[in-house]
Design a protein around this ligand. Structure first.
Ligand SMILES: [Fe+2]
Ligand SMILES: [Fe+2]
Length: 141
């Protein structure tokens, strides 16, 4: 599926990263649907996993800086999904059911954004309103 505004959490830099993740997911989904050769699917999957790792690290750093009270729980949810992805990837080598992995990833991601990420966004917007606009971006002028 594609990113849409119902998935926005209201922190621009994070929303942009979430959009990127959906782009990666979509590319992977299309590749699986087209029955691309396994090395292409593998490549797209590793791109998604790499970007996901980057995104989760950015979030975790931000939540630490703002002293988010549920920081540890949030990090744990991130660690768990990366473990599950690694496990599914291993299974994939035996079963070859890529679509299962894509669906699992997408389901988790949507649920996580709508619940856990939205929850920290409420905290950040309330306690650090300046962060919600342009995290990590220069606004010149
Ligand atoms: Fe996120
Ligand atoms: Fe998160």
């Amino acid at each position: 599926m594609k990113w849409n505004s119902s998935l926005a959490i209201g922190i621009e830099a994070i929303d942009n990263q979430h959009k990127q993740i959906f782009e990666h997911l979509l590319a992977l989904e299309n590749s699986v649907a087209k029955r691309d050769p396994w090395h292409i699917v593998r490549f797209l999957l590793s791109q998604l996993a790499d970007y996901m790792k980057f995104h989760l690290a950015v979030e975790e750093a931000m939540l630490e800086i703002v002293r988010y009270p549920q920081h540890a729980d949030h990090c744990q949810a991130h660690a768990k999904i990366m473990d599950q992805i690694a496990e599914l990837e291993k299974q994939l080598q035996k079963t070859g059911s890529e679509s299962e992995l894509v669906n699992f990833f997408e389901d988790w991601f949507i649920r996580h954004v709508l619940s856990d990420d939205r929850q920290y966004a409420n905290y950040v917007k309330k306690e650090f309103p300046a962060l919600s606009g342009q995290v990590g971006q220069q606004t010149g002028g």
